[in-house]
Design a protein around this ligand. Structure first.
Ligand code: NDP
Ligand code: 8X3
Length: 252
Protein backbone atom coordinates (compact mmCIF):
# COMPACT_ATOMS: atom_id res chain seq x y z
CA UNK A 1 0.00 0.00 0.00
CA UNK A 2 1.17 3.53 -0.75
CA UNK A 3 2.32 5.46 2.29
CA UNK A 4 2.76 9.13 3.07
CA UNK A 5 5.18 11.55 1.53
CA UNK A 6 6.98 13.76 4.06
CA UNK A 7 8.42 16.96 2.59
CA UNK A 8 10.68 19.24 4.62
CA UNK A 9 10.79 22.89 3.55
CA UNK A 10 7.30 22.67 2.06
CA UNK A 11 6.51 26.35 2.63
CA UNK A 12 8.27 27.55 -0.53
CA UNK A 13 10.07 26.62 -3.75
CA UNK A 14 10.71 22.95 -4.56
CA UNK A 15 8.98 21.71 -1.42
CA UNK A 16 5.78 23.60 -2.10
CA UNK A 17 5.77 22.68 -5.80
CA UNK A 18 6.40 19.02 -4.95
CA UNK A 19 3.49 19.07 -2.51
CA UNK A 20 1.25 20.33 -5.32
CA UNK A 21 2.59 17.71 -7.76
CA UNK A 22 2.08 14.79 -5.37
CA UNK A 23 -1.32 16.09 -4.30
CA UNK A 24 -2.41 16.12 -7.95
CA UNK A 25 -1.60 12.41 -7.97
CA UNK A 26 -3.65 11.91 -4.80
CA UNK A 27 -0.70 11.09 -2.53
CA UNK A 28 -1.04 11.56 1.24
CA UNK A 29 1.24 14.35 2.45
CA UNK A 30 3.05 15.51 5.58
CA UNK A 31 4.25 19.07 4.99
CA UNK A 32 6.87 20.57 7.30
CA UNK A 33 8.53 23.97 7.65
CA UNK A 34 8.97 26.77 10.18
CA UNK A 35 6.48 29.22 8.61
CA UNK A 36 3.18 27.70 9.68
CA UNK A 37 1.04 30.39 8.05
CA UNK A 38 2.29 29.23 4.67
CA UNK A 39 1.98 25.54 5.54
CA UNK A 40 -1.60 26.05 6.74
CA UNK A 41 -2.50 27.85 3.50
CA UNK A 42 -0.98 25.04 1.46
CA UNK A 43 -2.80 22.35 3.44
CA UNK A 44 -6.06 24.22 2.85
CA UNK A 45 -5.31 24.61 -0.86
CA UNK A 46 -4.61 20.90 -1.29
CA UNK A 47 -7.29 19.53 1.00
CA UNK A 48 -9.78 18.81 -1.79
CA UNK A 49 -7.15 16.73 -3.62
CA UNK A 50 -5.60 14.66 -0.84
CA UNK A 51 -5.11 14.03 2.89
CA UNK A 52 -2.62 16.51 4.10
CA UNK A 53 -1.02 17.19 7.51
CA UNK A 54 0.97 20.36 8.21
CA UNK A 55 3.62 20.42 10.91
CA UNK A 56 5.84 23.13 12.30
CA UNK A 57 9.44 21.94 12.21
CA UNK A 58 12.87 23.49 12.37
CA UNK A 59 15.08 20.72 11.02
CA UNK A 60 18.01 22.06 13.09
CA UNK A 61 16.18 21.11 16.28
CA UNK A 62 17.35 17.55 16.86
CA UNK A 63 14.88 16.87 19.67
CA UNK A 64 11.91 18.25 17.74
CA UNK A 65 12.81 16.13 14.73
CA UNK A 66 13.04 12.92 16.74
CA UNK A 67 9.82 13.71 18.61
CA UNK A 68 8.02 14.37 15.34
CA UNK A 69 8.20 10.72 14.38
CA UNK A 70 6.55 9.54 17.55
CA UNK A 71 3.79 12.13 17.34
CA UNK A 72 2.70 11.68 13.72
CA UNK A 73 -0.88 10.39 13.77
CA UNK A 74 -2.04 7.48 11.64
CA UNK A 75 -2.25 7.14 8.69
CA UNK A 76 0.34 9.93 8.19
CA UNK A 77 2.90 8.04 10.31
CA UNK A 78 3.28 5.45 7.55
CA UNK A 79 5.98 7.45 5.75
CA UNK A 80 7.05 5.86 2.47
CA UNK A 81 8.89 8.79 0.86
CA UNK A 82 11.05 11.33 2.71
CA UNK A 83 11.96 14.41 0.69
CA UNK A 84 14.86 16.09 2.49
CA UNK A 85 14.44 19.46 0.83
CA UNK A 86 14.78 22.08 3.62
CA UNK A 87 17.96 24.01 3.04
CA UNK A 88 19.56 27.30 2.17
CA UNK A 89 22.56 29.25 1.00
CA UNK A 90 23.65 32.39 2.84
CA UNK A 91 25.85 35.03 1.25
CA UNK A 92 28.40 34.92 -1.55
CA UNK A 93 31.37 36.32 0.34
CA UNK A 94 34.77 34.71 -0.06
CA UNK A 95 36.03 32.38 2.62
CA UNK A 96 38.35 35.07 4.03
CA UNK A 97 35.50 37.51 4.64
CA UNK A 98 32.30 35.57 5.19
CA UNK A 99 30.24 35.80 8.37
CA UNK A 100 30.96 32.61 10.32
CA UNK A 101 27.31 32.50 11.45
CA UNK A 102 26.33 31.96 7.80
CA UNK A 103 28.55 28.90 7.66
CA UNK A 104 27.13 27.56 10.93
CA UNK A 105 23.55 28.01 9.75
CA UNK A 106 24.20 26.23 6.44
CA UNK A 107 25.94 23.32 8.18
CA UNK A 108 23.21 23.09 10.82
CA UNK A 109 20.42 23.10 8.23
CA UNK A 110 21.78 21.44 5.10
CA UNK A 111 23.90 18.80 6.81
CA UNK A 112 22.74 18.28 10.37
CA UNK A 113 19.04 18.92 9.71
CA UNK A 114 19.08 16.48 6.82
CA UNK A 115 20.88 13.93 9.02
CA UNK A 116 18.34 14.31 11.84
CA UNK A 117 15.34 13.90 9.52
CA UNK A 118 16.87 10.89 7.81
CA UNK A 119 17.78 9.15 11.06
CA UNK A 120 14.34 9.81 12.51
CA UNK A 121 12.26 8.64 9.54
CA UNK A 122 14.39 5.87 8.05
CA UNK A 123 13.45 3.16 10.60
CA UNK A 124 9.81 3.76 9.65
CA UNK A 125 10.56 3.31 5.98
CA UNK A 126 12.58 0.16 6.61
CA UNK A 127 9.99 -1.38 8.92
CA UNK A 128 7.16 -0.81 6.42
CA UNK A 129 9.13 -2.84 3.89
CA UNK A 130 10.53 -0.13 1.63
CA UNK A 131 10.33 3.39 0.34
CA UNK A 132 12.42 6.24 -0.93
CA UNK A 133 14.65 9.00 0.45
CA UNK A 134 15.08 11.95 -1.92
CA UNK A 135 17.80 14.40 -0.90
CA UNK A 136 18.13 17.87 -2.39
CA UNK A 137 21.74 18.36 -3.37
CA UNK A 138 22.94 20.92 -5.87
CA UNK A 139 25.27 21.40 -8.81
CA UNK A 140 27.32 23.27 -6.19
CA UNK A 141 28.30 19.86 -4.77
CA UNK A 142 30.43 19.07 -7.80
CA UNK A 143 31.20 22.44 -9.39
CA UNK A 144 32.86 25.17 -7.35
CA UNK A 145 32.06 28.85 -7.88
CA UNK A 146 33.31 31.96 -6.06
CA UNK A 147 31.40 32.37 -2.81
CA UNK A 148 29.99 28.82 -2.99
CA UNK A 149 32.44 27.71 -0.25
CA UNK A 150 30.47 26.10 2.60
CA UNK A 151 27.19 25.92 0.66
CA UNK A 152 28.92 23.73 -1.94
CA UNK A 153 30.56 21.79 0.87
CA UNK A 154 27.22 21.03 2.50
CA UNK A 155 25.81 19.79 -0.80
CA UNK A 156 28.88 17.62 -1.39
CA UNK A 157 28.04 16.06 1.97
CA UNK A 158 24.47 15.44 0.76
CA UNK A 159 25.77 13.79 -2.42
CA UNK A 160 28.15 11.42 -0.64
CA UNK A 161 25.77 10.77 2.26
CA UNK A 162 23.14 9.71 -0.29
CA UNK A 163 25.51 7.19 -1.87
CA UNK A 164 26.57 5.84 1.50
CA UNK A 165 22.97 5.47 2.61
CA UNK A 166 22.30 3.35 -0.45
CA UNK A 167 25.01 0.94 0.60
CA UNK A 168 23.69 0.82 4.19
CA UNK A 169 20.23 0.03 2.91
CA UNK A 170 21.22 -2.78 0.59
CA UNK A 171 18.55 -5.51 0.66
CA UNK A 172 16.01 -3.31 2.48
CA UNK A 173 14.11 -2.14 -0.55
CA UNK A 174 14.80 1.53 0.12
CA UNK A 175 15.68 3.82 -2.76
CA UNK A 176 17.93 6.84 -2.25
CA UNK A 177 18.31 9.64 -4.78
CA UNK A 178 20.28 12.85 -4.71
CA UNK A 179 18.65 15.48 -6.95
CA UNK A 180 21.15 18.17 -7.92
CA UNK A 181 19.63 21.22 -9.61
CA UNK A 182 21.38 24.27 -10.96
CA UNK A 183 19.83 27.74 -11.11
CA UNK A 184 16.18 27.67 -10.21
CA UNK A 185 14.08 30.73 -9.43
CA UNK A 186 12.52 30.18 -6.02
CA UNK A 187 13.10 32.17 -2.83
CA UNK A 188 16.61 30.67 -2.75
CA UNK A 189 18.43 33.84 -3.86
CA UNK A 190 16.18 36.08 -1.77
CA UNK A 191 17.26 34.07 1.27
CA UNK A 192 20.90 34.03 0.14
CA UNK A 193 20.89 37.86 -0.09
CA UNK A 194 18.82 38.36 3.07
CA UNK A 195 15.72 39.73 1.37
CA UNK A 196 17.47 42.01 -1.14
CA UNK A 197 15.09 41.64 -4.11
CA UNK A 198 17.29 43.59 -6.49
CA UNK A 199 20.25 41.27 -5.96
CA UNK A 200 18.04 38.19 -6.09
CA UNK A 201 16.33 39.23 -9.33
CA UNK A 202 19.69 40.00 -10.95
CA UNK A 203 20.71 36.34 -10.60
CA UNK A 204 18.04 35.27 -13.11
CA UNK A 205 18.07 38.35 -15.34
CA UNK A 206 18.17 37.68 -19.09
CA UNK A 207 18.13 33.89 -18.79
CA UNK A 208 15.47 31.25 -18.30
CA UNK A 209 16.13 29.44 -15.00
CA UNK A 210 14.51 26.20 -13.92
CA UNK A 211 11.20 26.63 -12.15
CA UNK A 212 10.17 24.98 -8.90
CA UNK A 213 7.59 23.07 -10.94
CA UNK A 214 10.34 21.66 -13.19
CA UNK A 215 12.17 20.24 -10.18
CA UNK A 216 8.94 18.94 -8.64
CA UNK A 217 8.20 17.10 -11.89
CA UNK A 218 11.65 15.48 -11.73
CA UNK A 219 11.14 14.43 -8.11
CA UNK A 220 7.73 13.02 -9.03
CA UNK A 221 9.25 11.10 -11.95
CA UNK A 222 12.06 9.62 -9.85
CA UNK A 223 9.68 8.42 -7.16
CA UNK A 224 7.10 7.09 -9.62
CA UNK A 225 9.43 4.73 -11.48
CA UNK A 226 8.99 0.98 -10.91
CA UNK A 227 10.34 0.16 -7.44
CA UNK A 228 13.35 -1.85 -8.69
CA UNK A 229 14.82 1.27 -10.36
CA UNK A 230 17.06 3.57 -8.31
CA UNK A 231 18.19 6.88 -9.79
CA UNK A 232 21.32 7.44 -7.69
CA UNK A 233 22.02 11.02 -8.66
CA UNK A 234 20.34 13.41 -11.03
CA UNK A 235 22.04 16.65 -11.99
CA UNK A 236 19.98 19.18 -13.92
CA UNK A 237 20.65 22.72 -15.15
CA UNK A 238 18.78 25.22 -17.25
CA UNK A 239 20.10 25.21 -20.83
CA UNK A 240 21.60 28.66 -20.33
CA UNK A 241 23.80 27.58 -17.42
CA UNK A 242 27.07 25.69 -18.00
CA UNK A 243 30.57 25.59 -16.46
CA UNK A 244 33.27 28.24 -16.47
CA UNK A 245 36.74 27.65 -17.84
CA UNK A 246 39.50 27.26 -15.22
CA UNK A 247 40.56 30.62 -13.79
CA UNK A 248 44.22 31.51 -13.92
CA UNK A 249 45.58 34.43 -11.91
CA UNK A 250 48.57 36.03 -13.66
CA UNK A 251 50.96 38.49 -12.01
CA UNK A 252 50.97 40.84 -14.95
P1 NDP B 1 13.33 28.25 -0.94
O1 NDP B 1 14.05 29.28 -0.15
O2 NDP B 1 12.25 28.68 -1.86
O3 NDP B 1 12.75 27.13 0.04
C1 NDP B 1 13.53 26.64 1.11
C2 NDP B 1 12.64 25.88 2.07
O4 NDP B 1 13.47 25.36 3.13
C3 NDP B 1 11.57 26.74 2.71
O5 NDP B 1 10.35 26.05 2.68
C4 NDP B 1 12.05 26.92 4.14
O6 NDP B 1 10.92 26.96 5.01
C5 NDP B 1 12.83 25.64 4.36
N1 NDP B 1 13.80 25.75 5.44
C6 NDP B 1 14.92 26.52 5.50
N2 NDP B 1 15.50 26.38 6.70
C7 NDP B 1 14.73 25.50 7.42
C8 NDP B 1 14.80 24.97 8.72
N3 NDP B 1 15.78 25.30 9.58
N4 NDP B 1 13.85 24.09 9.12
C9 NDP B 1 12.85 23.76 8.28
N5 NDP B 1 12.71 24.23 7.04
C10 NDP B 1 13.65 25.10 6.61
O7 NDP B 1 14.48 27.47 -1.75
P2 NDP B 1 14.43 26.22 -2.77
O8 NDP B 1 13.09 25.64 -2.89
O9 NDP B 1 15.12 26.67 -4.00
O10 NDP B 1 15.42 25.24 -2.01
C11 NDP B 1 15.05 23.95 -1.58
C12 NDP B 1 16.31 23.08 -1.53
O11 NDP B 1 16.86 22.99 -2.84
C13 NDP B 1 17.42 23.62 -0.64
O12 NDP B 1 18.02 22.52 0.01
C14 NDP B 1 18.40 24.27 -1.63
O13 NDP B 1 19.70 24.28 -1.16
C15 NDP B 1 18.23 23.33 -2.81
N6 NDP B 1 18.61 23.87 -4.12
C16 NDP B 1 18.09 25.04 -4.62
C17 NDP B 1 18.46 25.49 -5.89
C18 NDP B 1 17.96 26.76 -6.47
O14 NDP B 1 18.62 27.29 -7.39
N7 NDP B 1 16.81 27.27 -6.08
C19 NDP B 1 19.37 24.69 -6.72
C20 NDP B 1 19.87 23.51 -6.09
C21 NDP B 1 19.48 23.11 -4.86
P3 NDP B 1 10.77 27.90 6.31
O15 NDP B 1 11.63 29.12 6.09
O16 NDP B 1 9.31 28.20 6.36
O17 NDP B 1 11.22 27.04 7.44
C1 8X3 C 1 21.83 26.29 -5.92
C2 8X3 C 1 22.42 26.23 -7.28
O1 8X3 C 1 24.11 27.26 -8.84
O2 8X3 C 1 22.65 28.77 -7.57
O3 8X3 C 1 22.09 25.14 -5.24
O4 8X3 C 1 24.40 27.55 -6.40
S1 8X3 C 1 23.46 27.51 -7.52
Amino acid sequence: MMGSILITGASSGFGQASARRFAAAGRRLVLAARRMDRINNLVEELSDKTDCLGIELDVRDRKAVSTLVTTLPEPFSDVEVLINNAGLALGLEGGDKVDLDYWDTMVDTNIKGLMYCTRAILPRIVSRGGGHVVNLGSVAASWPYPGGNVYGGTKAFVQQFSRNLRTDLMGKNVRVTCVEPGMCETEFSLVRFEGDERKADAVYEGMKPLSAGDVAEIIFFITSLPSHININQLEVMPVNQTWSPFSVHRDS
